[in-house]
Ligand binder design. Structure first.
Ligand code: NAI
Ligand code: MG
Length: 485
């Protein structure tokens, strides 16, 4: 596998240093090794990137590019990711700590499928003709919103970049991307491939750096028309407030505290498996993680026993090993945060069933064993706040109304799961849950065509899906033409 690492700013299809000349390290959380020193973008670099993306947006080459051709460029980019899939998988695993089989078999193929899906959308974006009174022809044009600032997190670095980039480019926008400081490597590699695919200079600029420096400057910049953000609720609120200063269009995909509800009539084995992958997949660093497992009281004890066994089978280890199920927590700071929640669970009276141990692999790295708390009550901190680690909180419930009440008793509303063999109950619960995504007898299913995003403080706007992309990355112009001569 090639080990070349791109570490500079990607501006106007060239590698550049930060104006300050500064860098910051990105590390492999499984080993502590510094992978690269990355150019530390800040306001001056964001400005250069926005000027470049604005120029590209206004250039005839991009503005007048036939939408079929935009689609072909996106398809070509998908081909190039495919051709470099092993390298993407390896970079992602080394930068983030997730198991290689997840990076290579889930993250990379998902990114490819998103570019292919939105390649197909590029020439299917159009307005309508509206029957207005009088001698007028009235029609709408769907025009690209302009320069998009994309700010992405560290949990699915390549994938979430693709969630933003593919639809924005399909709609004819240009993009300045600020990837998470913990995991900038796959975004930088992707930028180079976008140029190779044929996207003109400035259509995609990538400025790595810190949130308060590069990220905040992007949100404030008057040359940026829209912000597409995925990350924490706290930062999402700041972004919405700051973007108001220049009336930017904002979409926010924020945190979650998603309930995974198991009724007594569920297929217990499937439900335990679904609850386990719902919280332990991706080390629990998943915005849609099923972190509150609501279990009907009559099966509660059997369920907890079975979940404990599965949790104990989640092998912690070197992310490159095929037997590893739990990789390294993305950073020491994140592991400290998660351990803080483990302590709060214990001190507020939840019962630690298994896990909760900070461990090292070959004497290094930030690892945590799969953790299950039982006897959790809905008001405990571990039942209310997003932990973003492999920590499950099991909460018993008495009946369907009780389950719905507990499930909705949080400020978040991203996702939810329902396990039951009763089809009527499944649909009723799906309707009554305040969540942007509901999985019935399944969990963590995604597709480029299916919209993803939250209710309540989990955000607004949707990633993925054709309609959501058009809403987010285009604006509507209404044209009136007098036709009576
Ligand atoms: P964060 O929200 O600070 O980081 C996400 C992105 O926002 C990064 O690219 C960061 O550089 C940028 N950012 C940070 N401050 C900014 C600002 N003031 N203006 C513009 N951009 C800014 O998340 P962090 O600190 O890495 O993780 C903390 C917690 O956030 C996690 O424990 C988890 O609960 C939650 N989170 C949720 C994610 C999700 O997928 N919904 C993803 C990442 C974190
Ligand atoms: Mg890293």
């Amino acid at each position: 596998m090639s080990s070349e690492i791109r570490s500079r700013l990607w501006i106007h299809n060239q590698w550049e240093d930060a104006a300050s000349g500064e860098t910051f390290p990105t590390t492999n959380p499984a080993t502590g090794e510094t992978l690269a020193h990355i150019a530390r973008g800040a306001a001056a670099d964001i400005d250069r990137a926005v000027v470049s993306s604005r120029e590209a947006f206004e250039s005839p080459e991009w503005r007048r590019m036939d939408p079929h051709k935009r689609g072909r460029l996106l398809w070509k980019l998908a081909d190039l990711i495919q051709a470099n899939a092993d390298e993407f998988g390896s970079l992602e695993t080394r930068d983030n700590g997730k198991p290689y089989f997840e990076s290579r078999k889930i993250d990379v193929p998902s990114a490819i499928s998103q570019f292919r899906y939105f390649a197909g959308l590029a020439d299917k974006i159009y307005g309508e003709v509206i029957p207005v009174p009088g001698p007028f022809l009235n029609y709408t044009l769907k025009e690209p919103v302009g320069v998009v600032g994309a700010i992405t997190p560290w949990n699915f670095p390549l994938n979430i970049v693709s969630w933003k980039l593919a639809p924005a480019l399909a709609c004819g926008c240009t993009v300045v991307l600020k990837p998470a400081e913990q995991t900038p490597l796959t975004a930088l590699f992707l930028a180079e491939l976008a140029a190779e695919a044929g996207f003109p200079a400035g259509v995609l600029n990538v400025v790595p750096g810190f949130g308060t420096e590069a990220g905040a400057a992007l949100v404030e910049h008057a040359g940026v028309d829209a912000i597409s953000f995925t990350g924490s609720t706290a930062v999402g609120k700041q972004i919405a407030a700051s973007a108001a200063g220049t009336v930017k269009k904002v979409s926010l995909e924020l945190g979650g505290k998603s309930p995974n509800i198991v009724f007594a009539d569920a297929d217990l084995k499937a439900a335990v498996r679904g609850a386990s992958t719902g919280i332990f997949y991706g080390k629990g660093e998943v915005c849609a993680a099923g972190s509150r497992i609501l279990v009907e009281r009559s099966i509660h004890d059997d369920f907890v026993e079975a979940l404990k066994a599965r949790a104990e089978g989640m092998t912690v280890g070197d992310p490159m090993e095929s037997t590893t199920r739990l990789g390294a927590i993305v950073s020491e700071a994140q592991l400290d945060r998660v351990m803080g929640y483990v302590e709060s669970g214990k001190s507020e009276g939840a019962r630690l069933v298994t896990g909760g141990e900070r461990v090292q692999v070959d004497g290094a790295g930030n690892f945590l064993t799969a953790t299950v708390f039982a006897d959790v009550t809905p008001e405990m901190t571990i039942a209310q706040e997003e932990i973003f680690g492999p920590v499950a909180a099991v909460i018993p419930f008495d009946d369907i109304d009780d389950a719905i009440r507990i499930a909705n008793d949080t400020r978040m509303g991203l996702a939810a799961g329902v396990w039951t063999r009763d089809i009527g109950k499944a649909h009723r619960v799906a309707r009554e849950l305040q969540a942007g995504i509901v999985w019935v007898n399944s969990y963590n299913m995604y597709d480029a065509g299916s919209p993803f995003g939250g209710y309540k403080e989990s955000g607004y706007g949707r990633d993925l899906g054709a309609q959501a992309a058009i809403e987010k990355y285009t604006q509507t112009k209404s044209v009136w033409v007098a036709v009576d001569g």
